[in-house]
Design a protein around this ligand. Structure first.
Ligand SMILES: Nc1ncnc2c1ncn2[C@@H]1O[C@H](COP(=O)(O)OP(=O)(O)OP(=O)(O)O)[C@@H](O)[C@H]1O
Ligand SMILES: [Mg+2]
Length: 208
């Protein structure tokens, strides 16, 4: 199973939105997908409960006390949505279990400062040093015309980590999740948005 963790200790940077979109994308591609929600808020778990049975199925991957159990049988892709504040022992444990980490960063000074510590911590972790885990950054809720976005891009250049894509800020993301869907489910006419996601989706399926 390919396991992808979405993580950034900063609250509200878009982890759950990113996690559920990845899950629905892989489900749409006929992968057998499971989604674990390690956050007490249970945003993505509740989203999954609301998901209509007619849509590509995403299985629930049990998680308790911040740890995942065995994934459902035969899954080919596992997605981990993680809580704000993830660091230290819990972070290191998850890094032993996953293949890829996707880090959403929103273009704001507070998000950048929180991300800096997280990137430093990731870089010190054995799984990352030994190159067992691939890490990619995704700019989240990005408006390309703003100075804040330019500052975020410049800020991220100092780290040896790829900014694989930027996802625009759009109400469609907020609305789609209300009904257990994502922009990648049928009926959302997301071709333009999908283009923004494509570099990330390609990176996730590329062999390292
Ligand atoms: N690209 C986007 N455009 C517009 N709104 C977005 C976008 N991505 C996320 N949001 C909104 O931003 C808010 C925070 O997103 P989300 O819950 O995914 O973040 P989070 O990192 O999981 O938060 P937490 O740390 O609390 O778990 C939500 O209301 C979500 O709908
Ligand atoms: Mg969340």
């Amino acid at each position: 199973m390919r396991t992808i963790m979405v993580a950034n200790p900063k609250g509200g940077c878009g982890k759950s939105t990113l996690a559920i979109h990845l899950a629905s994308w892989f489900a749409r591609c006929d992968e057998i997908v499971c989604l674990a929600d390690l956050d007490r808020q249970q945003s993505s778990a509740q989203w999954l409960e609301r998901r209509p049975a007619s849509l590509p199925r995403i299985r629930s991957w049990d998680a308790q006390d911040g740890a995942v159990g065995a994934p459902p049988k035969d899954c080919s892709v596992g997605i981990l949505d993680t809580p704000a504040g993830l660091h230290g022992k819990a972070l290191r444990q998850h890094l032993r279990e996953v293949d890829r980490v996707v880090v959403p960063v929103a273009p704001s000074r507070f998000d950048m400062l929180a991300s800096r510590d997280f990137f430093d911590e990731l870089a010190e972790t054995k799984a990352v040093r030994k190159d067992r885990v691939g890490i990619a950054i995704v700019g989240m809720r990005v408006d390309a015309r703003t100075n804040a976005t330019q500052q975020m891009v410049e800020f991220l250049e100092q780290f040896d980590l790829p900014l694989v894509t930027c996802v625009r800020s759009a109400q469609r993301y907020v609305q789609a999740v209300e009904t257990g869907e994502t922009l990648f489910d049928p009926g959302h006419n997301a071709a333009g948005d999908l283009e923004q996601w494509r570099p990330l989706l390609d990176w996730l399926v590329t062999r390292r």
